[in-house]
Design a protein around this ligand. Structure first.
Ligand SMILES: [Mg+2]
Length: 383
């Protein structure tokens, strides 16, 4: 990665606790979300340039141990000190050094990644280049897929899949859990034929006999992959499962950094990795995992991001190592109005155009941010 050094010193950083209603509740095996909470991170430099980042994690510790509240705590009480200490020594600090200073704090990858994303957005603004050029973007548009939560009614799921296919989405991912799996897939295949289809179990299965029988039986549906079928710490069990089934196992919750990714691919615990930049500690590591895995081995998932995180994810996916359609749907799927302008739109062929302007290449709607801000804290940097 080039352009990793700040050009002008940071003058302030603002953390915004943000909550916006979702149009449809999103249900997974962890529970139901009706609102989207995020921490928006806004960094300003001495010339008035802005860098926008986002920490998107759930409000409950189901997907991972982090929550919006823990991220807020870690950012305010630990990461901010690291940042101010380092930039006091070197106002044109290297972002990779700032991230390195964060490694004193174990884990809390989403908290770290949100700040990192704002720093990349800031340096691209300072250099007057697209954030995409930092992330090695080569594509002008990317095909997109959609992730559909567990529904209470199969007919309704079938109808929703149909409507997303009509909208041009390239790949359908459905959440499964015991009791909502093979009969659902059987119906989806019979209605929609050989669409690009995958499932995500969010660790809802074990290797007990009845579950293993179900997981094996899913091979006949020729899924692109089965995501995180088993417990998030069970690398060995995933390896055993992969040896028993033809469907590629994809790991999501189990992968927190580059060594996890190397281990899981090298030992065939999985054949594909769902990279959520927040979960692996940021976009730099996301790109490193992409480079290590290569095309066909990685793709970019989502955490129901609002516009800022969504744009960062689009740029990541326009890097050549990301060839599998990701989870970045259009803004209108989740929100009445997203905080960016223009909104992210999926065209009628299922593609999203990559913005071209400096930094994020979109305008940020500060009024809308103000409307849904619960609290915010701004810290000035002193030199
Ligand atoms: Mg997943």
């Amino acid at each position: 990665m080039k352009n990793t050094k700040l050009v002008n010193p940071i003058s302030s950083i603002e953390f915004i606790d943000f909550e916006i209603p979702l149009i449809h509740p999103f249900r997974t095996s962890f529970g139901v979300e009706n609102h989207k909470q995020a921490i928006i991170i806004k960094i300003t430099d001495s010339e008035g340039n802005l860098g926008w980042g986002e920490t998107s994690v759930s409000t409950a510790p189901g997907y991972c141990y982090e929550t919006t509240k823990t991220a807020w705590h870690i950012q305010q009480d630990f990461l901010l000190d690291e940042m101010t200490n380092l930039t006091a020594e070197d106002p044109q600090a290297n972002i990779l050094d700032i991230m390195d200073s964060f490694s004193k704090i174990r884990g809390h990858q989403f908290a770290k990644a949100g700040i990192e994303s704002a720093l990349w957005a800031l340096v691209s603004m300072q250099k007057n280049i697209s954030l995409g050029s930092l992330y090695g973007a080569t594509k002008h548009k990317i095909p997109t897929g959609v992730s559909i939560g567990i529904q209470t009614d199969l007919d309704y799921l079938i109808k929703r899949i149909g409507s997303f296919l009509d909208l041009g989405y390239h790949r359908i991912k459905i959440k499964i859990e015991p009791g909502w799996d093979k009969q659902v897939l059987s119906r989806v295949r019979s209605e929609y034929g050989d669409i690009l289809l995958m499932v995500d179990a969010n660790s809802a299965y074990t290797l007990k006999e009845s579950h293993l029988a179900v997981l094996k039986s899913l091979d006949r549906f020729e899924l692109m992959m089965i995501e995180q079928p088993l417990h998030h710490t069970d690398m060995l069990m995933h390896k055993k499962l992969q040896a028993e089934i033809e469907t590629p196992v994809c790991l999501d919750e189990s992968i927190h950094n580059l060594p996890d990714a190397q281990l899981s691919l090298e030992f065939d615990c999985c054949r594909i990795i769902n990279i959520k930049p927040g979960r692996v500690g940021g976009y730099y590591t996301a790109l490193e995992i992409g480079k290590m895995g290569g095309p066909g081995k990685v793709w970019c998932g989502g955490m129901l991001e609002i516009g800022i995180g969504r744009i960062h994810n689009l740029f990541l996916q326009s890097n050549d190592n990301f060839t599998i359609p990701g989870d970045t749907s259009g803004s209108s799927r989740y929100f009445q109005q997203d905080i960016i302008s223009p909104q992210i739109v999926v065209d009628d062929k299922g593609y999203v155009e990559i913005p071209t302007g400096p930094s994020l290449g979109v305008d940020i709607n500060q009024n809308l941010i103000n409307k849904f801000t619960r609290k915010s804290v701004k810290t000035d940097f002193k030199y």
